[in-house]
Structures are given as C-alpha cells and as structure tokens.
Design a protein around this ligand. Structure first.
Ligand code: SF4
Ligand code: SF4
Length: 498
C-alpha cells in the first residue's frame, strides 16, 4: 500500500495560480470550520500525447454509448432485433449473440467480478488509468469543459469573463454554454432509455409523447445528473463522492506506475533565465503550468495525492515547457515512487511490473474470464424445474396404487420450438399423465421458442410395496430432434401423513 496525501481543502491557489501551502493560513485562536467552500477551477487546455489519448478515449467511449442501442442483430422471428437490450418486460438481457435469462444472473455477477479484477490489475500496474481516461464522470466533465472553452475561451479568458460585470456578450456566452450542456445532458439521458426498449420505437414514442412514464422519469433524472455532475460538481465528485480514490491506496504500491513528478530531477526548483547554467539546480522552473492544466486543481509536485485522477495532462503541460527551455521531456511522467527513491540514492531506475499482487490479479482475471467463457460456450439451452404438490402429499388410488402431483416448468432458451419426451426414471412402473392432455404411448411436450411453459403432471405408481415412504427419482426430458437432455431430481411419496 502506498500513502496518499489528502488535499481536500480550498484550492483557490490553484484557481489563481498561488502556491497552495501559502494559501490556507490558520490562526490558533480562530476555530477552523469543517466546511470548505468550493473554489472554482479554470483548467487550461493541454496539448500533447496524453491529451490526444484523452481525445481518442472521449470520442470512442461517447460514440459507443450513443451508437450501441442503434446496432441491429437478427435473432429470428418474434425476437428483439437490438444487439444490446435490457428487456425488463420479458426478463431478458441481450448482448449480441448472448441471451441471459433471470436464472442466469450469475453471468452478470461474473462480469462484474471480472470488471472489478480488471480494474484492480490496471490500477496496480498503472495507477488510476480508469479515472483518468475511461470513467464516465471524467469523460463527460472533459466534454463539458471543452464546451465551456469553446464559448468562453481558455483559462485566462474564462477567469476574466467571470470577474467581468454582466453584459450582453457575457449573457450570450454563458447562455450558449448552459444550453449546449443541457442538450448534451438530454442526449445522454435520452440514450440511456434506448438500452431498455427497442431504440427506434421508443425514440418515436418518446418524441410523440407516447412512451411509458418511467422513460420520461429516467431520461429527466439522467439529464439532470449529467448536467449537474459534469457541469457544476466536476472534480468534487471524484474527491468527495467517489469511494475509488480511497480504495486505490490499497491497490497500489511504490512499484505502481503513476503520474509522478520526478523530484530527483526537478529539485531544487526555481525560475530560470534563458542562457544561464542549469548546474546545481533542478529542471523545474516553477512555471506552474502543470497546476493550471490540472482538472482537479492540485500540484503534482506535492506527491501522489488522493484527488489526482491520473489524467496525465500535467505531463503534457510540463513536456511543452521542457521543450521550450531546452531540457529533456519527462520531468513529470509515468514513473514509480521506488524509482524516484532509487535515483536519489544514485541507483538506476527499475520497472517491476511482475509483482505478487499484479500476478495474483492477472491469474484471477484469466481464471474468472476462462470460467465465464467456458460456461458461455457450453451454455445449456434446455432446463426444467419440478415442484411437488404438498396438499395432499399423495392420493391413494382404488387399485392400491399411489399418485403424486407435480408442477413442471420447462425453460426453452433456444430460438426454436422443441418437442420433448418426458419420462420418470428409476421408479418401477411409473405412469405419467399431463393435466388437460391425452397421450398414447410416449409423452411428448411442445415447448415454444425462447419461453417457459408450466405443465401439471400426475405420476401414478402401482408397485408401492417396493418403495420407501419417500423415494428419490428423476424426471428426464429429451429433445426429440437434437437429443439434448436435461434431468431434475424429484421425490415420490407413497405413505405417511397426507
Ligand atoms: S510544468 Fe514542469 S517546470 Fe513547470 S512547474 Fe510544473 S513541473 Fe515545474
Ligand atoms: S495532478 Fe496531473 S495527473 Fe493528477 S489530476 Fe492533475 S493533471 Fe491529472
């Protein structure tokens, strides 16, 4: 585990470009409030390799989110043609060629476990890459900041605009920004409901006012939360609301690659005059460009901090500065605490990706992924459940035999109807009758495609003297066309209390 510095205190200094440590002065006689008023941040746009990766992540992930519900997938007649669909009405989850029934909710559990283990592995290797590049809060906040920049300009222009008195120009800029935010938020909320209904149909019904009330409620809720969290709350969500920053401290160690200020190279820091020597000083010229681009308003030079989302924009900002002052790039870079310590002791850097914790997470990811893949590939598409009648427990017949009643539920998970032969195995002379139907010879039940069907079954047994009061046996169903077989354990009661 590595120690994180908790800087959850006012960051006015970040907003105004003043050193953090100088900003919060406390007097022993003044009682300190536990509440800190938020100071608005004005992150400057960074340029460079990591900003480009963030652009790529932003457009790819937003594209996936908005486009996925419109992808069609042919599953045959009377089946939904949407590739990804959470069908609450029929209790199904469709993901391309996979169809999950409520009885198979363990696949969803497995997927969540796999996602958690993947996140643990990525964090133990590369720090908060999820937060920096892929978390929805990061993605939408990034998008909203770009919209803000489009209408109000970059950091300095935005700060100036906020300080300026209200004018027509200011009203126009602020209104245009908020209207665009609301449109994006509404599209986000609107896209969410497409995952729960046939997208073209619900979109038509939604716009014409004929969609279910729940669709309007969820769309409104998602619109509001997107607008509020990405437009106004921003870094506060990551710092105060999300549990992940607290958990990640347990997942990373001094060998994890994090966005790191190379203290060994940067210090002692200070302003540098062009043409003067770099001897006896560090490469950091204290320009604070790494601070002004930071979307959470911290100074990476203070070490690994709880608020840092690992977006790496400070790397881009510092690299630009290093190029200008003709020093090597990488004063801020993906590096490890252990390497900083090694270099300060005159040793060489060593990257240690294969560690007990990374190996453990990798093995678990492979194991859980393998089990899930195997069970998906060998997924049974025929299943049955048996429920025995308890009132009465059994019925004595006039010929001396005994009859038990059962409810048989057949689950046909395939996309074709099935003809299924039903038998009761291991009982000496079972006679099965199905309520409401006559069968001569073999009992063939018809199960519709992708559906469940209940049958009322009566099982009579004449040779009860050979049986215990409670006899275990099995019902067997055999698909007459494919031969696929399923069995279900049952009990036959032939004596005792009714
Ligand atoms: S951008 Fe680089 S040089 Fe400038 S203050 Fe930050 S670490 Fe120092
Ligand atoms: S310190 Fe750097 S990596 Fe961390 S949030 Fe700020 S800009 Fe991103």
């Amino acid at each position: 585990m590595t120690t994180l510095i908790d800087n959850t205190k006012p960051r006015k200094e970040a907003a105004e470009g003043i050193e953090q440590s100088q900003a919060v002065a406390s007097s022993p006689s003044t009682p300190q409030s536990l509440y800190s008023k938020r100071v608005k941040l004005y992150p400057k746009l960074a340029h460079g390799f990591y900003r480009n990766i963030k652009w790529f992540a932003l457009f790819t992930l937003l594209g996936i989110y908005y486009i996925t519900p419109w992808i069609r997938w042919d599953r045959g007649l009377d089946q939904p043609s949407q590739a990804v669909l959470v069908d609450f009405e029929n209790a199904r989850f469709y993901f391309f060629f996979i169809e999950i029934w409520p009885q198979e909710v363990y696949y969803i559990t497995g997927l969540l476990i796999l996602a958690a283990l993947g996140l643990f592995l990525a964090t133990s290797l590369f720090g908060r890459v999820w937060c920096g590049y892929a978390c929805p809060q990061t993605i939408w906040t990034d998008l909203f900041i770009q919209v803000e920049k489009f209408f109000e300009g970059d950091r300095n222009a935005r700060m100036k605009l906020d300080k300026a008195p209200w004018s027509l120009k200011k009203v126009y800029k602020k209104s245009a920004k908020h209207i665009t935010w609301v449109i994006i938020a509404a599209l986000t909320g609107g896209a969410w409901i497409l995952y729960f209904h046939d997208a073209p149909t619900i979109a038509r019904n939604f716009l014409s006012g004929h969609a279910p009330m729940t669709s309007y409620v969820f769309a409104a809720l998602l619109t509001f939360t997107t607008y509020w969290l990405a437009g106004h709350m921003r870094e506060q969500v990551c710092t105060y609301m999300c549990p992940w920053p607290r958990i990640q401290a347990a997942l990373i160690d001094e060998d994890a690659l994090n966005v790191t200020y190379r203290y060994d190279r940067g210090e002692p820091r200070g302003a540098h005059k062009k043409g003067t020597s770099w001897e006896g000083r560090g490469d950091c010229i204290d320009c604070r460009q790494c601070v002004v681009v930071c979307p959470v308003g911290i100074d990476i030079r203070n070490g690994l901090q709880l608020e840092c989302i690992g977006c790496a924009l400070c790397i881009d900002a510092c690299d630009e500065v290093m190029v200008k002052v003709d020093r090597p790039k990488g004063l801020i870079a993906y590096d490890t605490d252990a390497n900083v310590q090694r270099r300060m002791q005159g040793k060489k850097s060593r990257y240690n990706l294969i560690r007990p914790r990374t190996v453990t997470y990798a093995v678990l990811v492979v194991a859980v992924g393998g089990i899930m893949l195997y069970s998906l590939l060998n997924r049974v598409t025929l299943d049955m459940n048996i429920l025995r009648d308890r009132q009465p427990n059994y019925v004595s017949l006039s010929d001396g035999g005994v009859r038990n009643g059962y409810t048989l539920k057949i689950l046909n998970k395939s996309s074709a109807p099935r003809r299924l032969a039903l038998s009761a195995d291991t009982l000496p002379s079972p006679v099965i009758t199905v309520a409401g139907q006559r069968y001569d010879g073999e009992i063939i039940l018809t199960a519709p495609a992708d559906d469940t069907l209940d049958f009322k079954i009566y099982l009579s047994e004449s040779e009860i003297l050979t049986l215990d009061q409670k006899t275990d046996f099995e019902f067997t169903l055999v698909d007459k066309d494919t031969g696929e077989t399923t069995t279900a354990h049952a009990i036959f009661i032939s004596g005792g209390p009714k």
